[in-house]
Write a protein that binds this ligand. Structure first.
Ligand SMILES: [Zn+2]
Length: 261
């Protein structure tokens, strides 16, 4: 009996500590929010087409959400990278903001830390080089800066490692209770998934598709690749598969073609 009580007390203490840390973190970013400077806004206008093309009302909303993302996530250099510069923070933060722009309060709180490697990095777990990954156990999003920039270099080729990894994080966050806002509306998710098997089948048979081959690996990869196209080749995807495009509009609560001027 004493052991059980001790265990309960211990659990309670752990839970109280967890809540206290959460409270401190919340208070910290509310008291000392990371502001986006006018230079950083000019930088976004030059290098982040999604932001540059937003209507004024949405630009303000985007900046407010970006500041929340920047204030609540830790950016940590890894693999010999000297520092995560403000430009890196801005572009990675803007990619997160873009993917979850349709939600009011969502900020993928579970993924609290972004690790930035200079190049593709070797994963001792899978024994391969990675361009990026998400680690739900430790709340990490990991990107190679070189691959991230390559993904952004052509904003209309439907290949973007940043969007890809954030898509994985969003899909995983949907399974974890975090932000007090539901990620995926179950009806919208069902609507989207009905179009996936036929497309994966086309890819596996080598038939022409808008999506690249790696989307056929599994439904997680398909989703991540689909979101790369949704944001970078919105009109192409809408022409190629209007129903899937519309289902993604419902799922992500935004239509990039309507949001932009
Ligand atoms: Zn992937």
């Amino acid at each position: 009996m004493a052991t059980t009580l001790g265990g309960c007390h211990f659990c309670f203490l752990m839970f109280a500590t967890y809540l206290f840390i959460q409270f401190i973190n919340e208070a910290r970013w509310k008291l000392f929010p990371r502001k986006v400077t006018p230079e950083e806004i000019r930088f976004l206008d030059a290098y982040f087409p999604y932001f540059a093309r937003l209507k004024p009302v949405h630009r303000r909303e985007f900046l407010r959400k970006l500041e929340t993302i920047l204030s609540t996530k830790r950016f940590v250099p890894r693999g010999g990278l000297d520092e995560v510069t403000s430009e890196m923070e801005i572009l990675i933060g803007a990619t997160i903001t873009m993917v979850i722009f349709g939600w009011k309060r969502l900020r993928l709180a579970h993924f609290h830390t972004i690790l930035v490697y200079p190049n593709a990095y070797y994963s001792t777990v899978n024994k391969v080089y990675h361009r990026g990954e998400v680690n739900p156990k430790h709340g990490l999003i990991v990107v190679s800066w070189k691959c991230f920039v390559e993904g952004m270099a052509d904003p209309a080729d439907g290949v973007n490692v940043g969007i890809h990894e954030i898509a994985h994080a969003l899909k995983l966050a949907n399974l974890i209770e975090t932000d007090g806002e539901h990620e995926f509306n179950p009806k919208a998710w069902t609507e989207y998934t009905q179009w996936v098997p036929a497309e994966m089948d086309r890819l596996r048979k080598g038939l022409p598709s808008l999506f690249r081959e790696s989307a056929a690996l599994n439904e997680h990869e398909f989703f991540a690749v689909a979101l790369e196209s949704f944001f970078e080749r919105s009109q192409d995807l809408k022409n190629y598969h209007p129903k899937m495009y519309q289902s993604l509009v419902h799922l992500l609560r935004q239509d990039p073609l309507v949001l932009m001027k």
